[in-house]
Design a protein around this ligand. Structure first.
Ligand code: PMP
Length: 419
C-alpha cells in the first residue's frame, strides 16, 4: 500500500478541480507535462510581485535576492541528483536543449569521421535529431540498439554494437512512449569499458526513480522541470566537471565571459560558461518548490502509488478483453492491445484498440473529460519498429486515483462495443 494522502495532494493542484466537456477532468497526460502544485504557482507570483531583478550583476538588494534564490535552485537540484559539485548543474530550457548542448559542444570537439554514436530504438526525437545533425557534419556513424516485442532493449545486441569506435552512448532512461525503464547502470558500465561517454535522457525518469549520478557514473544527464511538477522552459544539464571544462561554450553573449575585447574573449568558469544571456530566472526559482514537493513526498511513496495505478489500469483493460470473449464465446467487442509490457516499467501505458484510429479514441475520451496523449509521442522511429502509426497513452502522476482509472476503463468499455 502506498503512503500517499491523495486528498491532501490533490488539494495542492488547483487545475485538477474543474470540469472539461461537462465532466470532471481526468488528467492522464503526465508524461507530456505534469501539473503544478500551488507552491510553484505562488512562487512565480511572488517572484514577479516582490523580487524581480536580473541576476549575478547588479549591486542592489532585489538583484542579490534574485541571485540567491536562483542559485538556491542549483543547490537543490545538485542534492536531488547527488552531483558531486554544484557547478556541474547547468540551467537550460529543458531536456531538448541539454542534449543539443552536448551534441553541439562535446560532439563538435570530440567526434571524428568514422567514430560511432549509439542510441536506442525507443529514443524521443530530441535524443535522435541532435545526434543526426552532428553525425552528418562530422561523418560519424549513428548505431541503434534494437528492442523486443515487450519494448525492452536487446542487451546482447548492444554489446555487439560496442567497440573502440564508440564515442558516445545516448540513451533514454525511461521511455515516454512505452514506460520501459532501461538498465542504465549496465549500459554505462559497458560503454565505459570501451572508453565511450554516456548521456542519459532523464526526462521521464527523474519524477519516478531515485537519481544518483555518482552511483550511476553517467557522464551527462538531461532533466526537464516541467515533467517534475515544475514550470516549462527550465531544464538542467548535469555533466562531469572535467568534461564540461573541456567542452567549448554553446552560445556566446553576456554572463558566459570573463573578459571581452574586440581582439579576444576569455570564457567564464562552469556553469556560467554555458549560461549565456539572461536565464529564465522566475521559472528556475519556482522549480525549487517543485523539487521540494517531490522530496517531501518521497520518490518511493510516489513510485508505489503510481505503480498501483499502473497495475490497476492494466488489469482493468485486460479484464475488458477477457470478459468480452468469455461471456458469449465469440468476441463481442474490439480487442485492446497493450503496447509496452516491459518487466521494469513506470506508470505509462500505451494501447491501441483494433480497428480504431488512436486519434479518434483520444477525441472520444476527451469528450468524457479524460486527457490522454495520442499519436507517435515524438518517437516516430519507435512506432516504425512496432509497425504502428501511433498509440493512445495514459500516464499517471502522484495525484491520480483509482477512481479516475475506473472512469477511463468504463469509457474504453463503451468505445470498444462492436457496431
Ligand atoms: N525525452 C523524453 C523521453 C521526453 O519524454 C521528452 C518530453 N516529451 C523529451 C525528451 C523532451 O523534453 P523537453 O520537451 O522538455 O525538452
Amino acid at each position: 500500500m502506498s503512503k500517499i494522502d491523495i486528498l491532501s495532494i490533490r488539494k495542492q493542484f488547483p487545475i485538477l478541480h474543474q470540469k472539461v466537456n461537462g465532466k470532471p477532468l481526468v488528467y492522464f497526460d503526465n508524461a507530456a507535462t505534469a501539473q503544478k502544485p500551488l507552491s510553484v504557482i505562488v512562487a512565480l507570483n511572488t517572484y514577479y510581485t516582490r523580487d524581480n531583478a536580473n541576476i549575478h550583476r547588479a549591486a542592489h538588494t532585489l538583484a542579490a535576492r534574485s541571485t540567491e534564490m536562483f542559485e538556491d535552485t542549483r543547490k537543490t537540484i545538485q542534492a536531488f541528483i547527488n552531483a558531486r559539485e554544484v557547478e556541474e548543474c547547468i540551467f537550460t530550457k529543458g531536456v531538448t536543449e541539454s542534449i543539443n548542448l552536448v551534441a553541439q559542444t562535446w560532439g563538435r570537439k570530440f567526434l571524428q569521421a568514422g567514430d560511432e554514436v549509439i542510441i536506442t530504438s525507443m529514443e524521443h526525437h530530441s535524443n535522435i535529431v541532435p545526434w543526426q545533425m552532428i553525425c552528418e557534419e562530422k561523418g560519424t556513424i549513428l548505431k541503434i540498439i534494437p528492442i523486443n516485442d515487450a519494448g525492452e532493449l536487446l542487451m546482447d545486441e548492444y554489446e555487439k554494437l560496442l567497440s573502440p569506435k564508440t564515442k558516445m552512448v545516448a540513451c533514454v532512461w525511461v521511455s515516454n512512449a512505452l514506460g520501459t525503464i532501461n538498465p542504465v547502470k549496465e549500459i554505462i558500465e559497458k560503454a565505459h569499458a570501451v572508453g565511450a561517454k554516456v548521456l542519459l535522457d532523464g526526462a521521464q525518469a527523474c519524477s519516478h526513480l531515485d537519481v544518483d549520478v555518482q552511483v550511476l557514473d553517467c557522464d551527462f544527464l538531461a532533466i526537464s522541470s516541467h515533467k517534475l511538477y515544475g514550470p516549462t522552459g527550465v531544464g538542467v544539464l548535469y555533466g562531469k566537471r572535467e568534461l564540461l571544462e573541456a567542452m567549448p561554450p554553446y552560445q556566446g553573449g553576456g554572463e558566459m565571459i570573463k573578459e571581452v575585447s574586440f581582439e579576444r574573449t576569455t570564457y567564464n568558469d562552469i556553469p556560467y560558461k554555458f549560461e549565456a544571456g539572461t536565464p529564465n530566472i522566475a521559472d528556475v526559482i519556482a522549480f525549487k518548490y517543485a523539487l521540494d514537493f517531490v522530496n517531501e513526498l518521497g520518490k518511493e511513496n510516489i513510485r508505489n502509488h503510481e505503480n498501483e495505478l499502473l497495475h490497476y489500469l492494466v488489469n482493468g483493460l485486460l479484464t475488458l478483453n477477457e470478459t468480452n470473449v468469455m461471456s458469449s464465446g465469440v468476441e463481442t467487442h474490439k480487442q485492446i492491445k497493450l503496447i509496452g509490457t516491459a518487466k521494469e516499467k513506470v506508470s505509462v501505458q500505451s494501447f491501441i484498440i483494433e480497428g480504431m484510429h488512436h486519434f479518434d479514441v483520444g477525441m472520444m475520451l476527451d469528450a468524457r473529460g479524460i486527457a490522454v496523449r495520442t499519436g507517435h509521442h515524438c518517437t516516430q522511429p519507435l512506432m516504425n519498429c512496432l509497425g504502428l502509426d501511433g498509440t493512445v497513452r495514459a500516464s499517471f502522476s502522484v495525484y491520480n486515483t483509482k477512481e479516475e482509472i475506473d472512469v477511463l476503463v468504463e469509457a474504453v468499455k463503451s468505445i470498444i462495443k462492436r457496431k
